[in-house]
Design a protein around this ligand. Sequence first.
Ligand SMILES: Cc1ncc(COP(=O)(O)O)c(C=O)c1O
Length: 382
Amino acid sequence: MQKAASTTTEKANGAIAPKQTLRNLAPYTQGTSTVEGFAEPIKLSSNESPHGPSPLAIAAYHETAARLFRYPDGRQTALRKAIADVHGLDSAQIVCGNGSEELQLLLVRAFVSPGDEVICSEFSFVMGRIHAEAQGATIVTAPEPKFRADADSILARITPKTRMIMLASPNNPVGDYMRRDDLARLVAATPKDVIIIYDGAYADYVDAPDYGDGLTLWKQAPNVVVTRTFSKLYGLAGLRIGWMCADKSVVDAVERIRTPFNTSIAALAAAEAAVRDVSYAVSVKAHNARWLAKLTATLRGLDYDVFPSVANFYLLRFDAEGEFTAERAADFLMKRGIIPRPVSAGGPAGCLRITVGLDHENEAVIEALKEFSAGRARKQAG
Ligand SMILES: Cc1ncc(COP(=O)(O)O)c(C=O)c1O
């Protein structure tokens, strides 16, 4: 009997093609981590914490060695309680994931069906967009005219088919944040059957009085979900651990599809110790704030176009052509063992994103960019 042609796979040049919704997707590109000739380059390409995790988190991680033959606590009880204690939440509202990225995947799987529209604010996290597209959703991009998520821009794109809105605040790669009143307006005007994913991967760094972390918004708007991560301020990117806070109905939906052991024993223990070590987190945050202000002021003083940021990175815009392009600047920094992140499609054109590093790393960036711009100053003078 002849086999019916598969609707989901087909052979192209002998290869098995993935399902239709995956065909236009490109895999995520990770920030570069090596430079030829430098055994220990200054890696400022992935917004990791240069301080590493709290010593208490490292100790808790080591202590799990004797328990590695056991499955982790699938209910994540201790970590959810620690997060709830520190942030003044109820642990029943919290779910932990293999990075906040996994939680965004689960939310998409739980709420988005093929043919639905998902509005992605322009500088939201690229993986959310990839998950939604893979799910068969139509992606609608809401531009960020002021380089931050914008209520009017998002609201103008809501249709009866909209099922989800994704935005990051602070966003990436710019580092600016949606003002609290703008967020309130968005939440108030969004239909309650549209899930809003408010990605706060960099929220731990923000002190701005008009920033809202959104953690209790679910009380008035059960369609708002906040995702957070231990990958940034808490220095645990390598362990893959994040969390979300949402209304019980959203938590229940995610719990139906979460694999029970998505977070490892080591990740659960280290994150619990990390979130409870508030004084370490405060010191990391203070270092970042101090350097972010200094880097911004110094580089602007050298005539660099630095976008305003409240996160643990800053974005520099270079000339579109000529000798002072982002490409040449990246090359110049790499030759000095400094790794920035060139902004690819999806970010403002002609930019480099650089993570705030340790003292000597930031000083090295300033020195290198001083040298890079000296050529320009001479040229302008001549
Ligand atoms: C805005 C934003 N959201 C989410 C993530 C992913 O975080 P996680 O490591 O928790 O998956 C990142 C990582 O760079 C990010 O920039």
